[in-house]
Design a protein around this ligand. Sequence first.
Ligand SMILES: O=P(O)(O)OC[C@H]1O[C@H](OP(=O)(O)OP(=O)(O)O)[C@H](O)[C@@H]1O
Ligand SMILES: Nc1ncnc2[nH]cnc12
Length: 175
Amino acid sequence: MNLKDTIRTIPDFPKPGIMYRDITTLLTNRRAFAQTIIDMSAPYQTKDIDNVAGIEARGFTVGGAIAYELGAGFVPIRKAGKLPFDTYAQDYDLEYGSDTLEIHADSIRKGERVLLVDDLIATGGTAEASIKLLLKAGAEIVGAAFIVDLPDLGGLARITKMGIPVTALVTYDGH
Ligand SMILES: O=P(O)(O)OC[C@H]1O[C@H](OP(=O)(O)OP(=O)(O)O)[C@H](O)[C@@H]1O
Ligand SMILES: Nc1ncnc2[nH]cnc12
């Protein structure tokens, strides 16, 4: 099936000029959701992934399922102030704002092999901040997997330049 057909576009959300790629319509389509999890996991089935790191909030929707599919654990990367124990924090900019992400300082043992996942990569600001957090926590980052890439915003190229393999299942030209 064509996953792109199951994603909805909302113009001018959350700000004028943004074409918001809404994956909730993919998530409620059971065949599309299953295919998404299988396709995002496939390149990593033989890569001995210890933990999948998912980015709040939409990264959680695929992160737990991919972790299960790979027989790995799950590490949440959360917006500031949500994690209860000692954290590392990182500020970042994204397509329509700026924010702070955190990870539990003890969530990863040094050298653990981690796959980063999120629903969408645009500027790559969120992914880069997450990578910095994972490196602070001691991870070896094996790759980063997304459902959607917006290539005109340069995120995939930005993360690839950091030496991390990146995959995306659906691409939208423009933004
Ligand atoms: O590549 P970037 O320009 O950094 O943008 C991508 C990020 O933006 C969205 O999250 P958002 O911050 O809207 O939060 P949400 O998942 O809680 O909706 C999306 O889920 C990515 O995490
Ligand atoms: N255009 C977009 N649609 C959905 N989520 C996004 N996150 C950053 N840019 C986005």
